[in-house]
Design a protein around this ligand. Structure first.
Ligand code: GDP
Ligand code: IMO
Ligand code: MG
Length: 457
């Protein structure tokens, strides 16, 4: 890369156009690619997966659970998916829930019911496969998530309350139940009783009413019977597909800064949401990834607690929230909003191995006046700091570069040349600081509201 990153300061560089000569993510020779969120989630991954799925044979979720909320808008209809991969509207694509995903069987049953109610064709075993090794989220995990948040009080993580953390904790403690256990009642019943015994002390002082282990086992076995045609050795199927030259698209949930190892710990989720989670969450070999499309919004948002250096408050935050309709797709919570953070972006691009950037929500910034990009961090009293720190992020103050505002409405523009100069300057500034080309720009929530930069030149 160039010397754009000097002394902790990110600089705009005129060479950015050169960076854009790479092919678009799903070019014909690429067989395995992934879409990941680069910051704190909700970057528009659902929309981009739905778009890329036109050229994919398999679309695979590899981590997280129904904490995710991925929005697709097609022919005026809005669909928010939580567990089901975002290619479900493409009936020829095989959607796969990989083994790294934690599944709440009750939620999965309901989400499938909702899709059926909307007339969306889901055939277990044909266009939806479920890895038998997915760990289960049980009602007690949901209760433990909520209990632990209450106990943390001011220090709460701001989780989605879906039981994600406790389910992954049981996986690591080697007492978790897996999807395949639903098909084996003789294993399920004693294993469930063991988990109940293990967790009982945690509930003694709470007024939480859990179903009995036997009642829950009955319900789980019934759901297992419904899901059975879809429960498979997904890793084997994916490796076979890859060897046969099929096109695989891995769908990330959350974002790099929510990754349990590389995110803003402890204010993170409990899985490796960056590309590190792909091999373990699918059973595909680590070296099989051909390209990584990192998705980032043209400004920053975060739901839940934790440091957010470029966060805005007051009227400016409200203006962004209103323009971008920034409310959580899973919990409905207002998203915290802030300026674009190029320090965080560059870190996320490097950690994830992003080969090209998809910049979403550029339309939201149009008409909002002068814009700012965080280009470096400093800690008052300690001076500038290099890169994106693992500690003390709550103490940093960003330095900003001001950019001209984007005039007018850009949501109907489909070619890069037709964007106002100010918009192109903004995109190229980001690209120069990111260390990867911006190959696609999204200018609205609809599938067709995109500007392909590769083809624009
Ligand atoms: P995900 O979790 O990354 O899939 O993102 P979400 O679906 O949670 O949130 C993204 C939101 O932005 C959704 O409401 C999308 O419909 C919307 N969206 C996606 N791309 C764009 C865009 O380019 N412009 C605007 N205005 N909205 C977008
Ligand atoms: P998508 O895939 C945004 C956040 C929660 C909380 C933290 C931990 O739609 O981008 P958890 O319930 O996972 O234990 O919560 O992670 N979080 C998300 N924020 N988008 C998501 O998913 C998220 N999934 C989890 O708000 O701060
Ligand atoms: Mg979301």
């Amino acid at each position: 890369m160039d010397a754009a990153y000097r002394k902790g300061e990110l600089r705009f560089s005129a060479h950015s156009a050169r960076l854009c000569s790479r092919p678009f993510a799903l070019s014909p020779h690429m067989s395995t690619t992934c879409v990941i969120g680069l910051l704190w989630g909700d970057e528009g991954k659902g929309k981009i997966v739905d778009l890329f799925a036109e050229k994919a044979d398999y679309v695979v979720r590899y981590g997280g659970g129904h904490n995710a909320g991925h929005t697709l808008i097609h022919e005026g209809e809005t669909l928010v998916l939580h567990l089901i991969p975002s290619a479900i509207l493409h009936s020829e694509v095989t959607n796969v829930i990989g083994g790294g995903v934690v599944i709440d069987p009750f939620h999965l049953r309901d989400e499938l019911g909702e899709l059926a109610g909307k007339g969306i064709q889901v055939e277990l075993g044909r266009n939806l496969l479920l890895a038998e090794t997915c760990h289960l989220i049980l009602p007690l995990h949901r209760s433990l998530d909520q209990l632990s948040e209450q106990q943390r009080g001011q220090d709460r993580i701001g989780t989605t309350g879906r039981g994600i953390g406790p389910a992954y904790a049981d996986r690591a403690s080697r007492i978790g139940l897996r999807l395949g256990d639903l098909l084996r009642p003789e294993r399920l019943r004693p294993a469930l009783r063991k988990i109940y015994d293990n967790k009982a002390p945690l509930f003694t002082e709470s007024d939480i009413d859990l179903p009995s282990a036997d009642q829950l086992a009955d319900e789980l076995i019934a759901i297992g019977e419904q899901l059975a045609p879809g429960i498979v050795d997904a890793g084997h199927r994916l490796r076979q597909a890859q060897s046969a030259g099929r096109k695989l698209l891995l769908e990330g949930a959350q974002g790099v800064l929510l990754d349990v190892d590389h995110g803003t710990y402890p204010f993170v989720t409990s899985s490796n949401s960056s590309t590190g989670g792909i091999a373990s969450g699918t059973g595909l070999p680590p070296a099989s990834l051909d390209s990584v499309a990192g998705i980032v919004k043209a400004y920053s948002t975060r739901v839940g607690q934790g440091p957010f250096p470029s966060e805005l408050s007051g009227e400016q935050a409200e203006a962004l929230r209103k323009a971008g309709n920034e409310y959580g797709s899973t919990t409905g919570r207002p998203r915290r909003c802030g300026w674009f953070d190029a320090v965080a972006l560059r870190y996320a691009v490097q950690v994830s191995g992003t080969t090209e950037i998809v910049l979403t929500n550029l339309d939201v910034l149009a008409g909002l006046g002068p814009l700012k990009i965080a280009t470096s961090y400093e800690i008052p009293g300690r001076g500038p700091i290099e890169g994106f720190p693992a500690f003390d992020l709550d103490l940093v103050e960003p330095r900003y570069e001001e950019m001209a505002g984007i005039p007018g409405d850009i949501s109907e523009i489909r070619s890069y040349e037709k964007l106002p100069d100010e918009a192109r300057q903004y995109v190229e500034a980001i690209e120069g600081m990111a260390g990867a080309p911006v190959s696609l720009i999204s200018v609205g929530p609809g599938r067709d509201q995109v500007i392909h930069r590769g083809s624009a030149r």
